[in-house]
Design a protein around this ligand. Structure first.
Ligand code: MG
Length: 253
């Protein structure tokens, strides 16, 4: 990856716009996660919303990806391809979306329950979400990237869950993926120092079982090697001179 880009106040304003649309697209996905709906139907509504907002779906065509959202069910970690798969009662469904407008991307994700889910699955979702906020505590000037990573790992592993290592968070801006990489594991005190104007997609991917993953024959979808459930939570975050600002903020965050 290239050098870390520091966003100007004007660029930050543009990223607030793309972030808001991205967050709203995630909310649409969240509302649609119910038994009986196909992942394709969810993707279609997300596509329509992003286009209606004057933006472009960041993921559509990215490396040839065929959807506007990555929709990953149960043991699917990331990069689930929207299709005819019917969501069933008890499934957990990750909706990962990106929107590009004004020259900048937003990127966010959440894992949501289809109908009534098991207590174990609910806990996995909640711990994954909270781990993002544990990492966020270190998304401030003066800390280093791996301080975020370590806080996420520490929290997640205290529940006996594991973190995916092959895929990591990232800088974001004019490009969907920029420097630096933001791993969800590691010792504190390493990596680039955080400074105001940096924008990071922080995205813990948490497995209920082992950390190992594999890629399906479609060359996209990453699943847990042991078939255990996986959850994902992500927001685009701006480093400021004080509290970090979540650019993909939404009421149902
Ligand atoms: Mg991302």
């Amino acid at each position: 990856m290239s050098t870390i880009t520091i966003k100007s106040p004007r660029e930050i304003e543009l990223m607030r716009v793309s972030g808001k649309i991205t967050a709203a697209a995630r909310s649409i996905g969240r509302e649609m996660v119910t038994p009986g709906v196909t992942t394709q139907e969810i993707d279609k509504e997300i596509y329509k919303f992003i286009k209606r907002s004057g933006a472009e779906p960041s993921f559509l065509g990215y490396g040839g990806f065929p959807g506007s959202a990555c929709i990953s069910v149960n043991d699917e970690v990331i990069h689930g391809i929207p299709g005819k798969r019917l969501i069933r009662e008890g499934d957990i469904v990750s909706i990962d979306v990106g929107a590009f407008i004004g020259g900048f991307h937003g990127d966010c994700c959440g894992t949501f329950a289809a109908g009534k889910i098991s207590e174990e699955a609910r806990r996995l979702i909640e711990v994954t979400r909270q781990s993002f906020f544990e990492g966020l505590k270190f998304a401030r000037e003066g800390y280093r990237v791996s301080d975020i990573s370590h806080a996420i790992q520490d929290y997640v592993e205290s529940f006996g869950y594991t973190l995916v290592r092959e895929y990591v968070g990232h800088g974001i801006g004019k490009n969907l993926h920029e420097a630096p990489e933001v791993p969800n594991f590691g010792e504190p005190g390493h990596g680039p120092r955080l400074v105001r104007g940096m924008t990071l997609a922080i995205e813990p991917m948490v497995n209920m079982g082992g950390a190992a993953v594999r890629v399906l024959d479609n060359d996209w979808t990453v699943v847990t090697a042991d078939g255990s459930l996986s959850a994902h939570y992500e927001n685009t975050v701006l480093i400021t001179d004080g509290e970090p600002e979540i650019l993909t903020m939404a009421e149902d965050l």
